[in-house]
Design a protein around this ligand. Structure first.
Ligand code: PRP
Ligand code: URA
Length: 210
């Protein structure tokens, strides 16, 4: 498993505002989008491309085009939905599939409650969007689901991860082509499975309490 933790002052600055408990939902939503676009730049470094030629007004130029099958972007509902616009801004031709997952707040086990994905993901590059990697349970379930459907490599973009969750994803995906791109790696998980210092409940901060 490859892990990239962003190291850029603008990303840290935007995350700092996002963490602030006084940041309003509208600001939280627009910052989330901006952060994802910045992280997606790194996450798509290995996106599959092929050589193409284009005619400029002057001559033929050699360039690159995104290969088929197109990348599949999979936001994990609910909070991952807040990351979708920021991602498709960078790859407008990507396809989008959806996985609805909720973590049982007592057992901390994830449950898949909705799914809308292509049946066959063979040979697909998948980009999973989920702002928080806490125990890792949700991301492990999502990655396993995509590999069961035939995906060959999965890149996850998360705004914040805990060291415990990251280690759990590494153990669970051993030997597979998994890449994790993070805005920050925080200190720890607390006794109720929240990332410390984190930013609280990402879904609630984006969309309000359910
Ligand atoms: C949050 C978050 C992740 C998950 C992370 O979702 O968006 O999906 O928790 O926790 P884990 O790493 O311990 O599995 P939540 O279950 O709160 O659902 P929501 O997005 O609908 O708020
Ligand atoms: N889910 C969140 O939204 N925040 C956390 O800190 C942990 C899980």
């Amino acid at each position: 498993m490859r892990v990239h933790v962003a190291d850029h002052p603008l990303i840290t600055h935007k995350l700092t505002v996002l963490r602030d408990k006084n940041t309003s939902s509208p600001t939280f939503r627009s910052l989330t989008e901006e952060l994802v676009t910045l992280l997606a730049y790194e996450a798509t470094r290995d996106v599959r491309v092929e050589p193409v030629n284009v005619q400029t007004p002057v001559a033929t130029a050699e360039g690159l085009a995104i290969s088929d099958p197109r990348p599949l972007v999979v936001p994990i509902l609910r909070a991952g939905l807040g990351m979708l616009e920021g991602m498709v801004k960078l790859i407008p031709t990507a396809e989008v599939g959806f996985l609805g997952m909720v973590r049982n707040e007592e057992t901390l086990q994830p449950d898949i409650y909705a799914e809308r994905l292509p049946d066959d993901l063979s040979n697909r590059q998948c980009f999973v969007l989920d702002p928080m990697l806490a125990t890792g349970g949700s991301l492990i379930a999502a990655i396993n689901y995509l590999f069961e459907r035939g995906a060959v490599d999965v890149t996850a973009i998360c705004l914040i991860a805990s060291p415990e969750g990251l280690a759990a994803v590494e153990r669970a995906t051993d030997g597979r082509n998994v890449h994790i791109v993070l805005g920050a790696l925080d200190d720890r998980l607390n006794e109720v499975g929240y990332i410390v210092p984190g930013l609280g409940d990402a879904g609630d901060r984006l969309y309000g309490t359910v």
